[in-house]
Write a protein that binds this ligand. Structure first.
Ligand SMILES: [Zn+2]
Ligand SMILES: [Zn+2]
Length: 479
């Protein structure tokens, strides 16, 4: 499938969660309509005269509408001034659009009694909807897409149950669900059940963010967990599923039940990490303190098991559970904090790098402050990525099949930049790299690679992420 999309951004705004910043905005998209494939099935044009006639009717209906396009309405009329719009791309498409509607209808009734019916059907419908192309929002809906939901819904409504694999009731239930899927895409309507319940994204994100910000990750004992919980936002189910028709990878939001389980998992993980025995062994607790803290930990275990047994099948109940989890979590943190606050600071003073500080080819000038510079250098030396050489450093990392030296050093600077260590304009960093690490990178390579790294900064399944994540976790210890 050869598709070409052009993106338009407007009203960008920055939202932050868990220390990440994310740009969101209304994204406008322009894409020309494309042809689709029909999927073979029991019900088709060649064995159904009715469908052949319906096709003719649709074509006749579309004819009238396409003749006056783009003068049909105010928004579409604006297309005449839109640079990418070519009138000829939208002429003579009636037959193809009628087929798109009819193939969708056939796909629904041909696959409705399969085991994987929901994904199979919604994947195909998404693909067909994509095939109508798109205009940026101010230019109105995609060409003739407004006919799609209405005609398809009428066809599905008139359809009578025709499967010997599933009961009539089940058949009707599944048709209703597909109807709900169509309505959600084209009308302001509510999801019928959790399968399409994407509305909960904000609730999940904000609950998690609130928790993340309340949790005292800066205490020595929790520090090792901080980066993990920043990068693993448990709102998505882990598995990616590829839509075989339009090639789009999707991952689904956690169902309510799963998310709550995950949040409880997190607390349990923390309780295991911070336990009274560990602290006692390190001499940070006396006997009576240990007993008190054991009680707090056990009590929290008990509360969690209560939460996990609450019935949260409806949305209200679910919000209640999240609120309750968060509230008792806050109390737990408050109770436990006095016991772990006084751990001595083990941060190294970075004395080996200190003496060279003023001489180091002004690398420190990149950094916002001296402490950050020192601890970064310290960590890089300890992890064997660099060693001091003359007035600068030598990059000692050896190139492997997976990791290239240049990419590695660019990844390092992208992490430093993204994690807010640097003050200098990112554009000139490549000159510092050559000066301080003896690695020559031209401007083009630097900006191209660093852009790619930034794009995939939180994108676990990418090659780029495998580069930056090394330094993300390495440097998370020094902030
Ligand atoms: Zn038919
Ligand atoms: Zn119009």
């Amino acid at each position: 499938m050869n598709r070409h999309k052009t993106l338009f951004f407007n009203e960008l705004s920055e939202v932050s969660y868990c220390g990440h910043k994310m740009l969101t905005g209304k994204i406008g998209e322009f894409e020309r309509p494309f042809d689709i494939i029909a999927v073979d099935g029991a019900h088709n044009y060649s064995n159904c005269e009715n469908c052949r006639n319906t096709r003719k009717d649709i074509i006749a209906r579309l004819k009238k509408a396409t003749e006056i396009f783009p003068f049909c309405c105010e928004s579409h009329r604006k297309l005449l001034d839109f640079s990418l719009y070519r009138n000829e791309d939208y002429i003579g498409l009636e037959d193809k659009i009628a087929d798109k509607i009819m193939y969708s209808y056939h796909h629904v009734i041909n696959f409705i009694d399969r085991d994987d019916w929901l994904n199979e059907i919604t994947d195909y419908l998404k693909y067909v909807i994509d095939s109508f192309g798109s205009f940026p929002p101010e230019y109105g809906c995609a060409f003739m897409i407004n006919y799609y939901p209405d005609i398809l819904s009428d066809l599905l409504k008139d359809n009578s149950p025709s499967s010997n694999k599933i009961s009539n009731d089940e058949f009707q239930k599944r048709i209703n669900k597909i109807q709900n899927f169509i309505d959600l895409r084209f009308k302001d309507t509510k999801p019928q059940d959790d399968d399409f319940g994407e509305r909960d994204l904000n609730l999940l994100l904000s609950t998690y963010d609130k928790w993340y910000r309340t949790f005292p990750f800066d205490l020595e004992y929790f520090k090792p967990l901080k980066e993990h919980f920043r990068n693993t936002i448990p709102i998505l189910e882990n598995k990616l599923r590829i839509n075989k028709y339009n090639g789009v990878a999707t991952t689904r939001l956690h169902t309510k039940e799963n998310l709550t389980k995950t949040l409880i998992q997190i607390t349990k993980q923390i309780i295991t990490e911070v336990n009274a025995k560990k602290l006692f062994d390190k001499g940070l607790l006396n006997d009576s303190e240990k007993i008190k803290m054991d009680l707090i930990l056990n009590n929290r275990e008990l509360e969690l098991s209560e939460i996990s047994s609450i019935d949260y099948s409806d949305r209200k109940g679910y919000i209640k559970v999240l609120k309750q989890w968060f509230k008792s979590e806050k109390k737990f943190i408050k109770d436990i904090t006095p016991y772990i606050q006084d751990k001595p600071n083990t941060k190294s003073s970075g004395s080996s790098t200190k003496k060279d500080f003023e001489d180091n080819f002004e690398l420190y000038k990149l950094f916002k402050n001296k402490e950050d510079y020192e601890s970064v250098i310290d960590i890089l030396i300890k992890a064997n990525f660099i060693s001091p050489k003359g007035k600068g450093f030598e990059w000692v990392f050896t190139e492997t099949k997976e990791f290239k030296t240049k990419q590695m050093i660019i990844a390092l600077f992208v992490v430093l930049e993204t994690e807010n260590y640097l003050i200098i304009s990112p554009k000139s960093i490549y000159t510092f790299i050559e000066k301080n690490f003896g690695i020559r990178i031209n401007k083009g390579t630097y900006s191209r690679s660093s852009n790619n790294f930034k794009e995939d900064y939180y994108n676990k399944n990418t090659k780029n992420y495998s580069y930056t994540s090394i330094f993300q976790s390495l440097l998370s210890d020094c902030k």
